[in-house]
Design a protein around this ligand. Structure first.
Ligand code: G6P
Length: 612
């Protein structure tokens, strides 16, 4: 939520700041702004996208070699020009951009009002910038850095901030608690961003700022400190991403590009994890903790949104094959319900960004209660990846479309590898089945390519349903989470109301919705639920619902029975989720495009939810 960039060097900061904001726009896109240091602090900001800010800047003089910028996802105060960041302190001494939430802002604000402070916006951020200025005014011995430290010690909540001070225009100060910040090291210049994507093409050397640390940056100097004013520990990491990964190429949208990348991303997830002879699975990141996992009495998978759906797939697979009890929880519920946990439990966080606030806090809580905590993350170096005892990266590459697609299939691939490896280690899976499922997984990229080749057919089908107002998605077993994920994709990007349901639950409510206006998407490949789901299809048909079914290639029975079909190649049931979701992603994509929606940046959403 919200993206921050910053620059301190010898060049004009503006081009980097604007380009950086564009690359972080997936984090929020309701307003944007920049501040540049110079003779005085210049701030330019407006409601809308980064492109609106660019247009706004055309008539302005904006130059400076130290600057900060922000793209916003509104929490406090509606998206408008005055609530946009950067915020300036009342006497103009500081400018600040913020990602996170200051929970005690109302109390701090009332105290500042008593001190004579007046506010221009409804934001919690303006309270923080004024609080810094307030402390700065306490005496000559208080440096900007000290004032920031003092202000942050009064703050309850999460933040990643970047601050400029009028008195020290060559300096940029950043700090974090909860929200991520990365510092890029250039030659005679430093870059700051909420994640590493704005740094691609500028530097490969980065420092992930630790929680509670501050960095004082100028063109030739970088000083890292803890909240207690001690030197902070840090590590320089390499980021080997390429520009191609963050560009759309020939695709109209990032989401479409990412759907089409899945044969490659699944290969990448697979690479190095399966031996050349396809006879064993190696999850290097879990090597040290694997004996503990094998002994676990219970595995708890936590996540949010699409990652929660991947966790549900994981639950079916781990319980079916490894016979270890699994619970799946929304991280936002888990963190507050005081769950019973012990050192026999393994808690695995599933998160594309590795920064989702609820997931991160839930993990910390599980760690405090003695559980082993693991992560399945996509973003290397993310907070969850760094705070867990061990984990597995999904290696899906940068995902920019707000609606997650390739990250989901990468998560499901990792969870499938994990379930099968665990099952084999526990002696629950015989060697033939172990090898068969590995071979089936290895065949998935090719089978997804076959589905993608049929995208124009899916587009034609989407055209028929573009004026629908509701949709129901049904699935059974491990394909129930696929129905949930299919419905979520449609809801997120087309704004159509879509519900996913376990097909067996249909009679307990949703069937009341079925009439000749309702598209009902049923995930119904040939597996051991097939006959049951065919009965559900009959029930919908009897009530004149518009049936669309995901079926195994060559299924003539369902072809006759339903209005439209999405065919997927035959596969082992353990890997079918990886195939069944693909037509549903394409269906949602084409339908949303036909409805004129902004599929890459759907309204109200953000990709990385760093506030609870
Ligand atoms: C947001 C995104 C979803 C994502 C969820 C969890 O809601 O819009 O696409 O699934 O957060 O994010 P994570 O990064 O933890 O997977």
């Amino acid at each position: 939520m919200c993206g921050i960039v910053g620059y301190a060097g010898s060049n004009n900061a503006l081009p980097f700041l604007i380009q950086g904001l564009k690359r972080l726009e997936y984090r929020g896109y309701d307003s944007a702004g920049i501040a540049l240091a110079g003779k005085s602090l210049q701030i330019h900001k407006c409601k809308g996208r980064v492109s609106d800010l660019e247009a706004h800047l055309l008539s302005k003089e904006a130059e400076g070699s130290v600057g900060i910028a922000h793209t916003r996802w509104a929490t406090h105060g509606e998206p408008n020009d005055s609530n946009a960041h950067p915020h300036r302190s009342m006497n103009g001494q500081f400018a600040l951009v913020h990602n996170g939430i200051i929970e005690n802002y109302a109390l701090l604000k009332s105290e500042l009002v008593k001190e004579g402070y007046a506010f221009q916006s409804e934001t919690d951020t303006e309270v923080l910038v004024n609080l810094i200025e307030f402390y700065y005014g306490k005496g000559e011995e208080v440096s900007p850095e000290m004032a920031i430290r003092l202000a942050l010690s009064s703050v309850v909540g999460a933040f990643g901030i970047a601050v400029l001070c009028n008195d020290v225009p060559e300096e940029l100060i950043v700090a974090r608690r909860g929200s991520p910040l990365v510092i890029g090291i250039g030659e005679g210049e430093y870059f700051v961003a909420s994640d590493a994507t704005p740094l691609i093409g500028h530097t490969k050397n980065v420092i992930y700022l630790n929680d509670n640390d501050l960095a004082i940056i100028s063109k030739n100097s970088l000083v890292l400190k803890t909240a207690e004013d001690k030197p902070a520990s840090f590590q320089i990491s390499r980021v080997n991403r390429t520009l191609g990964e963050i560009e759309k190429g020939d695709f109209e949208h990032f989401m479409l590009k990412e759907i089409f990348e899945q044969p490659i991303t699944i290969e990448d997830t697979f690479r190095g994890r399966v031996s050349a002879n396809r006879e064993s699975i190696v999850l290097g990141g879990l090597l040290d903790v694997f004996p503990q996992i094998v002994k676990a009495k219970r595995i708890i998978l936590i996540g949010c949104g699409t990652s929660w759906h991947a966790a549900l797939v994981g639950e079916y697979l781990i319980e079916t094959y490894a016979r270890i009890p699994v619970e799946v929880e929304y991280a936002s519920e888990f963190r507050y319900r005081n769950p019973i946990l012990s050192s026999d439990d393994v808690v695995i966080a599933i998160s594309q960004s590795g920064e989702t606030s609820d997931t991160l806090v839930a993990l910390r809580m599980a760690k405090e209660k003695g559980a082993t905590i693991l992560g399945v993350c996509n973003v290397v170096g993310s907070s969850i990846a760094r705070e867990t005892d061990a984990g597995v990266y999904t290696h899906a590459g940068v995902e920019i479309g707000v609606a997650s697609t390739k990250a989901f299939t990468a998560q499901v691939t990792v969870l499938t590898l994990f379930a099968i490896k665990l099952a084999f280690a526990k002696g629950e899976l015989d060697v033939e089945l172990y090898h068969e499922i590995i071979a089936e997984l290895a065949a998935i990229p090719g089978k997804i390519s076959t589905i993608l080749e049929g995208h124009l057919k899916i587009k034609e089908i989407a055209a028929k349903y573009k004026d629908a107002t509701n949709a129901l998605y049904l699935g059974r077993g491990v394909l129930f989470p696929v129905a949930l994920e299919g419905a979520l994709k449609l809801k997120e990007i087309s704004y159509l109301h879509a519900e996913g349901y376990a097909a067996g639950e249909m009679k307990h409510g949703p069937i009341a919705l079925v009439d000749d206006n309702l598209p009902v998407v049923v995930v119904a490949p040939k597996d051991h639920y097939y006959e049951k789901i065919v009965s559900n299809i009959q029930e919908v048909k009897a009530r004149k619902g518009n049936l669309i079914a995901v079926v195994t290639e060559g299924d003539l029975i369902l072809k006759e029975m339903v209005h439209d079909i999405f065919e997927i190649p035959e596969s082992h049931p353990a890997v079918t989720p990886l195939l069944a979701i693909v037509p549903l992603q394409l269906f949602a994509y084409y339908l949303a495009v036909m409805r004129g929606c902004d599929v890459d940046q759907p309204r109200n959403l953000a990709k990385s939810v760093t506030v609870e």
